[in-house]
Design a protein. Structure first.
Length: 204
């Protein structure tokens, strides 16, 4: 069954699911056989969650979601590349998703590695270098603002990633301008399970 929500209602639904998860009262919705059968022909997720690939940050679990609820894209440090942008544009143009969530978390390994690289001048080898290069602007901005804590850098990375999505994609910026979609940035706490709003672009 199609669920067409406004960006504000989509955020409210995510927030309520996260509150249940934090309180230990998760309802595990939409995870039964009838739900599975209903999704064979099509899908109508109400949010696309672009989050870090960290094993402790399972989007469907922390927002108490089920099958067909969220379109999920994950990379280490929620780093953007062409495949990420293509996936997000697909969710907007083909699935009419009303909300894009950029999801970061405290003690992020990718941000920590980048902070070390910036401080020491020693870049990691292989494709990890690409991750570090893309996260470096967020680390530099934090240091310029005298924010040396890794979690401040995580929040800055979420904010910059959100803005970069809008700047990089005409599909996403167009959906925001028309009021069909909004982009929010969330910072997740590994200890208590809360996902807090740190930025928003578009009408909520």
């Amino acid at each position: 069954m199609a669920t067409y929500l406004t960006p504000a209602l989509a955020w409210q639904r995510l927030r309520e699911g996260n509150q249940r998860f934090v309180a230990g009262t998760a309802s595990h919705p939409n995870q039964d056989a009838p739900r599975r059968s209903s999704l064979v022909e099509n899908q109508h997720p109400f949010a696309v969650i672009f989050g870090c690939a960290d094993s402790r940050l399972a989007a469907e679990i922390i927002f108490d979601l089920g099958l067909g609820d969220a379109f999920v894209v994950r990379t280490a440090g929620q780093v953007i590349d062409d495949a990420v942008l293509g996936s997000l544009e697909y969710s907007i143009s083909e699935l009419d998703v009303p909300l894009i969530v950029v999801l970061g978390h405290d003690n992020c390994g990718a941000v920590t590695v980048t902070k070390t690289a910036v401080e020491t001048g020693q870049m990691p080898v292989g494709f990890m270098r690409s991750l570090v290069e893309r996260i470096t602007p967020s680390v530099l901005t934090s240091l310029r603002n005298n924010q040396t804590d890794i979690n401040d850098m995580v929040v800055e990375n979420v904010k910059q990633t959100s803005q970069r999505l809008v700047d990089s994609s005409r599909v996403i910026s167009g959906a925001i301008d028309s009021g069909r979609t909004a982009v929010i940035g969330l910072a997740y706490s590994l200890a208590d399970g809360r996902a807090d709003l740190v930025s928003s672009i578009g009408r909520l």
